[in-house]
Ligand binder design. Structure first.
Ligand code: DC
Length: 226
């Protein structure tokens, strides 16, 4: 079990996906699960930029069935809600603006954590998120805590969104990252923090290849790969 936690837009998913491909493990993006619940909340009118109808959101949870299906074209899994692929919709700035609030609701967290533990019970998993090494799999064999300069993260996220055709300014992206950093670190339940036994990876000035070299060295020492 490899846990990859860290700040927003650090490239956790890209990195975790690469590790999984290299080892033949399954990659699970838990941020996508919080985003999927947020999307459902927005569609049902119980989540908006003005706030959350907490009771309505909790009632909705029983009607949300989340699953992942491998997409061979992308070489990664797409997320589905009640049979609908929402991989694209969950990455919008509207969802990004509300997901921190949704992910601070206790019932949302307990539901998704239970699902993540179920998905990871047979191991051979690389899971990325905020609380994987601290709450979901505190016994993970390798825990990585990722960080990068906020300006570097904003630039990466901006480029990604613009490439997808989103009309957004650099200022909006910076503000979104800043507010999510604060919300993720200060929420009452399972705040983002480094597990004591996690190794820190600051990738501000590293390519994906550099990061792979860094992790493969560790995995070799652990006897997980050659
Ligand atoms: O990794 P991401 O940016 O797609 O995550 C979206 C949001 O979900 C993020 O603002 C915090 C929340 N999240 C969380 O609270 N716990 C996780 N394990 C993963 C994500």
């Amino acid at each position: 079990m490899i846990a990859v936690d860290g700040f927003s837009s650090c490239g956790k998913s890209t990195f975790a996906k690469e590790i999984a491909a290299r080892l033949g493990y399954i990659f699970i993006d838990t941020g996508a699960m919080y985003r999927a619940v947020t999307l459902c909340g927005l569609r049902a009118g119980v989540v908006s930029a003005r706030g959350i109808d907490r009771e309505g959101l909790v009632a909705l949870l029983d009607r949300i069935d989340i699953s992942f299906r491998f997409n061979s074209e992308r070489g990664a899994s797409d997320i589905y809600v009640n049979g609908e692929c929402v991989e694209r919709e969950i990455r919008s700035i509207e969802v990004s603006g509300c997901v921190s609030a949704v992910s601070s609701v206790a019932e949302v967290r307990s539901r998704l954590v239970a699902l993540q533990q179920q998905m990871g019970k047979n191991k051979g998993i690389v899971m990325d998120g905020r609380d994987i090494g601290t709450v979901v799999f505190p016994d993970a064999e390798l825990k990585i805590f990722m960080t990068a300069d906020p300006m570097v993260r904003a630039r990466r996220r901006y480029d990604e969104l613009r490439a997808k055709g989103e009309e957004i300014s650099m200022e909006e992206v910076e503000e979104n990252i800043r507010s999510r950093d604060i919300a993720d670190q200060t929420r009452a339940i399972s705040p983002l923090r480094k597990a004591e036994d996690a190794v820190v990876l600051d990738n501000s000035r590293m390519t994906v290849a550099d990061q792979m070299e860094w992790v493969l060295e560790r995995l070799r020492k652990m006897g997980v790969c050659e």
